[in-house]
Write a protein that binds this ligand. Structure first.
Ligand code: UDP
Length: 328
């Protein structure tokens, strides 16, 4: 019996594969390597295939006796989703449809998948719990919200059980420093600051300092990628135990402003961060903080690396030893 991880060569996917392996579970990674990295996968088969190749998916599920799927294979850049919506609707929605149909054919009826805080849109209140209205403000968030609806319909019609995990800001890296964040182009705050400190890019631009927050910069809930991985495994086990489909928010419940993150990186690295204040980035809500009580109570999720300094130390270990990501 094994777990199939689509997008398992990507950032959160590869950390979840590691977490599963460390727990002694059989894993198979399925990834087209369009944004993932071959080097991020070790200790299990890597099937280089496309989410639209239903036959290969079915063959893989049979060959490896797959009992459940964890689905990460999706595009996730908010800005790009606005300028190339078709790419996102095609890959994220039609790709998930292909996967669900393959699961149906192969008789696999459990799936844990990445959703996002972007399904909520502009917060009406914080912390944002699972009952918060979902009015996404970008195409990426809309595709993920639609994926959640697809999962509900496939449960209703065919009994495929699913758990959607809505992440806030994933960050950090595996303790070993062997795998970490490597996006091209990079758009996330923490890797951008670290790359700037390492001299592989120029000064950081802070996207706006006129928000209604304590220092005027945006506040986010930063959650360690290994803690996200832990939640995927708990969700998987919940489905394997026969529980119903569900949705959970994942964050630490603490907000840090962009300037606070810059200061914390200076503390952790002992180096100064060069930055300037720029315009606001389109579609950025001022504050996003997760209410993750449900995940703690129902899944038994206990984030181990909630301390922002630990998150940044782990990120720094990865970035400082992999200046060019996996292509060092
Ligand atoms: N941010 C920034 N400069 C950058 C990248 C990000 O000021 O070069 C800000 C961004 O506006 C947001 C926060 O950092 O408030 C986190 O952004 P990121 O892209 O990492 O994650 P998001 O919150 O968009 O999921």
């Amino acid at each position: 019996m094994s777990v199939l991880i689509t997008g398992g060569a990507g950032y959160i996917g590869s950390h979840t594969v590691r977490y599963l392996q460390e727990a002694g579970r059989e894993t198979v990674v399925y990834d087209n390597l369009s944004t993932g990295h071959r080097e991020a996968v070790s200790g299990c088969p890597l099937i280089v295939g496309d989410i639209f190749d239903k036959e290969l998916l079915i063959e893989t599920m049979h060959k490896y006796n797959v009992q459940a799927v964890i689905h990460f294979a999706a595009f996730s850049l908010v800005g790009e989703s606005m300028t190339s919506p078709g790419k996102y609707y095609h890959n994220n929605i039609a790709g998930t449809l292909s996967l669900l149909e393959a699961m149906r054919s192969a008789g696999v009826d459990k799936i844990v998948f990445s959703s996002t805080a972007a399904t909520f849109g502009e917060p009406e209140y914080t912390p944002i719990d699972e009952k918060h209205p979902t009015v996404p403000t970008n195409v990426y968030g809309r595709t993920k919200l639609f994926m959640e609806s697809m999962m509900r319909d496939y449960d209703h019609a065919y009994g495929i059980k699913s758990i959607a995990l809505r992440y806030f800001n994933a960050c950090g890296a595996h303790k070993s420093g062997e795998i970490g964040e490597d996006h091209h182009p990079e758009s996330h705050l923490i890797p951008i600051i670290m790359q700037s400190v390492l001299g592989s890019r120029g000064p950081v631009t802070v996207f706006g300092d006129d928000y209604d927050t304590k220092d005027g910069t945006c506040i986010r809930d930063y959650i360690h990628v290994t803690d996200l991985a832990q939640a995927h495994v708990l969700a998987l086990d919940r489905l394997l135990a026969g529980c119903a489909s569900d949705v959970f928010n994942l964050g630490n419940g603490n907000g840090f402003s962009v300037l606070e993150i810059i200061n914390a990186v200076q503390q952790v690295t002992g180096r100064s961060v060069r930055y300037s204040i720029g315009d606001r980035r389109d579609g950025d809500p001022a504050v996003l903080i997760a209410g993750s009580q449900k995940a703690r109570e129902v899944l038994g999720w206990k984030p181990e690396y909630a301390d922002i300094n630990v998150i940044l130390e782990d990120a720094w270990r990865w970035h400082s030893s992999h200046k060019n990501g996996f292509s060092v």
